[in-house]
Each structure stands twice: as C-alpha cells, then as structure tokens.
Design a binder for this molecule. Structure first.
Ligand code: ADP
Length: 459
C-alpha cells in the first residue's frame, strides 16, 4: 500500500475517532440535561397544581377542561395525581392511572423516584409544607416533546456534521499528503534514470527544506562520490595503460635501433643496461598495480599478526640501504616506550614494510640530501611515526590529490615514479585501521605521519 493511501486512511481515522467520541459526548450531555430539566419542570408544575387546587380553590373540573385531551394528542398530555400523606388519591387528572402503593410510598417519603417508559417520564415525590403541617405525594408524568425534538435535531445535525467533516478530512489530508510526497515520485523517477553512463545527473533538491530535501541532498552527495570514484576508475585504467605502453614503446624503439646494424660489445652492454632500468621501472609499476588490485579485491584474506613496528623499520632500512646505499635514514625514538606492547601493532608485516619503504624512498627521492628522519612517538594508546624530509615539498593545492592513483605533482615530474606508491600506502594504512597525515612546505620539506593503534589499547 502506498504511503499516500495509508496516511489518508490513518490520519482521518484518528481524527474521525476523536470527532465521533466528541459528538457522542455532546449528545449524551444534552440528553442528560434535557431529562433533568424535564423532571424539574414536572416537579414544579405538580407543586403548582397542588397549590392551585388546595390553596387557591381552583376546581378539578377546571383543570380537566384546560388539560389537553389525551385522545387527541397523547404526547401533549401531562398527568398529575396528588395523594395525601397516607397514600389516598385526592386529585387525579383525566385518564391518569395511579401507581403509588405502600412500598413506593415509603420510598417516596425519603427521596423522589423517577422512571421512564416509552419516552414518557414520571416523577413521584413528597411535597412537605412545614408551615401548614401537611404533606402531599405528587405523581407527575409527561412526554418532553420539545426536549426530544431538540435532541433529535441535535442527533441529525451531529451525524451530518460528522459525515461532512470526515469526508473533508479525507480529501484535505489526501491532498496535503499527496502534495508533500509528490517530490518522492519525481525523485525516484530521476533515480531510475541514473546509470553509470549519466552519473553527472542530479536530483532536484531546490525548495525542499524538509526530510525529502535532505534525502535528495544525501543522495546527490552519494552520486558525487560515485561519480568521482567511477571516473577515478576510468582514469586508473587509461593511466595504467599509458604508463605501461610508453616504456614498452620506447623499449621496442630502442631494440629496433640497436638491431639496425652490428654494434660493439660496449654498445650492447650500454643498451642492455638501459633496458634493465626500463624493465625494472615496469616491474615496480606492475607489482604496485597488482598489490593495489589485491588490496581492493582480497583484503579480507590478508593474514594479520602481532608485529613490532621498530623491527619492521630496521628491516626496511636494511632493504633500502642494500639497494640504494646513498639514501640516509635515521630512525629516532622521540620517547622511550612505557613497555614493549606500545611498539606492537596487529598487522601484516609485509604490507607495513611496503608502507615504510614507500614513504622513506619518496622522502629520499624528492630531496636533494636524500635523507629521511623516521621519528617514533607515542600518544595514549597510539604509535605515531613521522617520516620527515627536507625536500621539494608538495604545493598546498596538490596535497589533496597525492593519494589518487597516478597523481604526480608538477615539481616532481622530472624524477622517475608512477604515482602508485601513495595510494597503495593509504590503502594499507586504512586496512590496519590507521591514519595517514601530510604536512608539507614547498622547498622546505614534507612530513608524513602514520598513526596506528598499538597493542596496549586492545588489551
Ligand atoms: P611516485 O613517487 O612513484 O611518483 P607516489 O604515489 O609514491 O608515487 O607519490 C605520488 C606523488 O606525491 C609523487 O609523484 C610526488 O609528486 C608526491 N610526493 C610523494 N612523496 C613526496 C615527498 N616526500 N616530497 C615531495 N613530494 C612527494
């Protein structure tokens, strides 16, 4: 069932219920007051009649002649019977039937009795006149024609008002609910039309400062992110192709040139050395790409164990130094850890070494002095590693891009590289639940800070 249908039933149902209860209340109150009023009327006219008969000396025949004849209009007839204190009838209007018996008399002398039958209301009460030392028991009955008429009119009026109001409520609430939910239809129609081919399309969110507008806004944000990651994916493939095709084309060209004529052994050695360099660079690129793909596809199956960060740093230092001895790496403990556990992180040693290698090699590669200081710090239950160099730095407007695959800053284009290391580094740090921050000043230096939660927090 659609929300608009559900709400147009629910809202008027609740309001109708309230309206009907309210109407029943009014009706019952009216009926109660009508009845009480009529009994009060019968009581006072009964007392009047007894006074006129026994004090004013008006005869019973006189009343018989002025009382409405029961046969002509029974509902206009009022009956009065007056008994003396012993219960004997001393006056009775035409056609009246006495109801008083001994038992009733005893009750009436204590309190008045009221009863209703077929709409006729009857009151029997004792009228004690203390000054004259006499007591009459008066029985008065009649049909409250005017009262019942008003009550019936009120009933019809309430029924009609209820029907009109409930119908109006259904239509008005349906209209407003439909009006409020109309944008949802528009939004879902637009959502259905958005595919990977037109990810730039957005949902209209103007003039919607309500929950639906918020939802449209959130969905547009999601589309922004999807669009960005989709175009990143597309760029990734085209960059990867370009990065692999260019060195291969150069390699092919150089091979063809080398084969054009017979060359000396020195020339062959030099050409092969060039080839070695290019192939090495491609191997680096391919292994970086494979690692990145593995991270994205298969990160769940990577084994984790407790590893000592300082040991991994020493291992990384040895690895780098054996390959590029001119790189200078200083591993410095800024603070002495409280216990060994502060240095232990739950992670994958191979991947963490890759992170440290990328950051140290970048620092050395992009600075003239080829030097990186690795500082080890602790903060509560975290281990903080600073990789600081005094190199070319990263321009402020480019910092946000350096973790994108294949992104390389303008300043470093001349130095060999592929722009795969940092995205991979970030992915690995994320996988370890860590954080990576960059602080850089152009021509002064760059510091990458990597933060991991250490073992003492987990325990
Ligand atoms: P690569 O170093 O192979 O180009 P990375 O993904 O490791 O790829 O780095 C991406 C880019 O970020 C680099 O090309 C460089 O422009 C910039 N960068 C990374 N580290 C530094 C650094 N320490 N100093 C200056 N620029 C850096």
């Amino acid at each position: 069932m659609k929300i608009v249908d559900k709400q147009t039933i629910r809202v008027p149902l609740i309001l109708s219920f309230a309206l009907i209860i309210f109407s029943i209340n009014i009706y019952l109150f009216f009926s109660y007051f009508r009845e009480n009023e009529f009994y009060a009327y019968l009581q006072s006219t009964g007392i009047n009649r007894s006074k006129m008969l026994f004090d004013e000396g008006i005869s019973a025949e006189h009343f018989n002649s002025i009382d409405v004849d029961l046969k002509e209009s029974p509902y206009l007839q009022e009956h009065y019977i007056i008994y003396d204190s012993t219960g004997n009838v001393i006056y009775k209007s035409k056609y009246s039937v006495p109801h008083l018996n001994e038992k009733l008399k005893q009750t009436v002398l204590k309190a008045k009795i009221t009863a209703q039958k077929d709409g006729f209301e009857r009151i029997i009460f004792a009228n004690k006149e203390n000054k004259k030392h006499r007591t009459f028991i008066i029985e008065a009955s009649g049909y409250d024609l005017a009262g019942f008429d008003k009550q019936e009119k009120l009933f019809i009026n309430l029924i009609i008002s209820n029907v009109i109001l409930i119908t109006l409520m259904v239509f008005i609430s349906r209209f407003y609910i439909w009006k409020d939910l109309k944008p949802v239809g528009v939004i879902s129609k637009r959502m259905r039309s958005i595919t990977t081919k037109n990810l730039q399309q957005r949902i209209p969110e103007a003039n919607l400062d309500n929950e639906i507008g918020e939802m449209a806004h959130t969905f547009n944000d999601l589309l922004d992110r999807l669009d960005a990651s989709y175009s990143q994916q597309r760029n990734f493939v085209s960059y990867a192709t370009h990065e692999l095709r260019t060195p291969l084309a150069i390699l092919l060209g150089n091979t063809q040139v080398a084969l054009m004529k017979t060359r000396s052994a020195e020339e062959y050695i030099s050409t092969l050395k060039n080839f070695e360099q290019d192939i090495n660079s491609m191997v680096n690129l391919i292994s970086g790409l494979l690692e990145l793909a593995r991270m994205n596809a298969d990160s769940q199956s990577i084994p984790f164990a407790d590893v000592r960060i300082d040991e991994l740093l020493w291992q990384t230092e040895n690895m780098i130094k054996s390959k590029t001895p001119m790189y200078k790496i200083n591993i410095i403990f800024e603070e002495i850890p409280e216990n060994d556990e502060s240095l232990i992180v739950n992670g994958n040693a191979e991947l963490l070494i890759l992170v440290f290698r990328n950051l140290i090699e970048n620092g050395c590669k992009y600075s003239e002095n080829n030097k990186v200081d690795v500082k080890i710090n602790f903060d509560k239950n975290k281990i903080l590693l600073d990789f600081a160099d005094e190199g070319v730095g990263i321009p402020l407007n480019e910092i946000e891009h350096i973790f994108e695959p294949f992104y390389r800053t303008q300043k470093t284009k001349a130095i060999s590289g592929h722009g795969i290391g940092l995205p991979l580094t970030k992915r690995i740090v994320d996988l370890h639940g860590g954080e990576i921050l960059v602080n850089s000043t152009e021509n002064v230096g760059t510091t990458f800070t990597v933060i991991f939660t250490n073992k003492s927090r987990i325990n």
